[in-house]
Design a protein around this ligand. Structure first.
Ligand SMILES: Cc1cc2nc3c(=O)[nH]c(=O)nc-3n(C[C@H](O)[C@H](O)[C@H](O)COP(=O)(O)O)c2cc1C
Length: 294
């Protein structure tokens, strides 16, 4: 849809370093997904060294280090956003990765641990000194988890201090939101997560600059869901496929009349035929909605 790059979900540096099959499975990608970065998380620089060496030969375009994940299990082990309270370890990890790859290395951070513990002003410069090519900033504190409004002015504070490009992230649900975030933060780029679930066309709208391009035709929605299903079938074992598909379908089925009822049916999808039934109903509801709005 025009996104400049994508990133894998976070993969444990320790898992890769011990050559765990489960961690390896998360590294598969198709060439048409490129440019693609691989995101590593962990807390031990030694794990990152081995992981960086391993992933460098796999065709990724960059390596991203996770210093933003707020999940308890992750931070309790000293990884993710816990690294924002332990800058020496974060910089040691960055050094470990930079010195074991020729790929660009980026870091994903939050604006701090809590309003009482924002990231230090010199963090962007420290990261740049250790070899970071860019920083992505989710405009929340760890203590915010995923709630409350994204704090654009705090991202802007980091942008002002950064000698390297900053990518702003958080709550871009529409082209308008994304452009507001870009404008308010002064960032060099945007990262979009949840706003693209069920609406990958948000990237198309941003690339063209026309918000209407972010609203797909009914047949585009159906085609993309089918395509996503095919891709998922390739990667996900049959016993997990439908439970994951149900969640994905719910992202597409919202914001039009009849959505609530169709969502109720979508949570029961258990085979390809069920999916096709849902898709024909979805096509009809989306067409009706389109006519109503035109
Ligand atoms: C289900 C879920 C999984 C996520 N997994 C990751 C992850 O693996 N690595 C990461 O850096 N951020 C992860 N995030 C955070 C997003 O990348 C992003 O920073 C956050 O959701 C705010 O941006 P958004 O409002 O555009 O989604 C995840 C978020 C959600 C909701």
């Amino acid at each position: 849809m025009g996104a400049t790059a994508v990133v894998t979900e976070m993969v444990a540096a320790a898992g890769l370093s011990r050559r765990s099959v489960k961690s390896h499975r998360l590294l598969r990608f198709h060439d048409e997904e490129k440019p693609i970065g691989v995101q590593l998380f962990g807390k031990r620089p030694g794990d990152f060294e081995r992981a960086a060496e391993l992933v460098s030969g796999m065709g990724f375009d960059f390596i991203d280090i996770n210093a933003g994940c707020p999940v308890k299990k992750v931070v309790n082990s000293g990884s993710g956003s816990a690294l924002l309270r332990n800058i020496p370890v974060l910089t040691a990890i960055l050094r470990a990765v930079s010195s074991h790859t020729s790929l660009p290395v980026t870091v994903k951070i939050r604006i701090g641990w809590s309003p009482e513990e924002p990231v230090p002003d010199n963090l962007p410069a420290l990261l740049a000194d250790e070899g970071a090519a860019a920083i992505a900033v989710h405009g929340r504190y760890r203590s915010d988890m995923f709630s409350g409004e994204v704090r654009k002015e705090e991202i802007e504070r980091i942008v002002r201090k950064s000698p390297i490009p900053v990518v702003a992230n958080g709550d871009s649900r529409s082209v308008r939101d994304a452009l507001d975030l870009l404008d308010a933060s002064g960032a060099a780029g945007l990262m979009i997560g949840r706003g693209s679930l069920g609406n990958p066309w948000i990237f198309r709208g941003l690339v063209s600059g026309k918000p209407e391009d972010a609203s797909p035709l009914p047949q585009e929605v159906i085609r993309v869901i089918r395509q996503q299903y095919e891709m998922m079938s390739e990667y996900i074992p049959a016993n997990h496929l439908y439970s994951i598909l149900r969640g994905q379908l719910l992202n597409y089925i919202r914001g039009f009349r009849g959505a609530a009822e169709l969502r109720g049916r979508a949570v029961g999808v258990g085979c390809r035929e069920d999916l096709e039934d849902i898709l024909s109903e979805l096509a009809e509801l989306l067409s009706t909605e389109r006519q109503r709005n035109s």
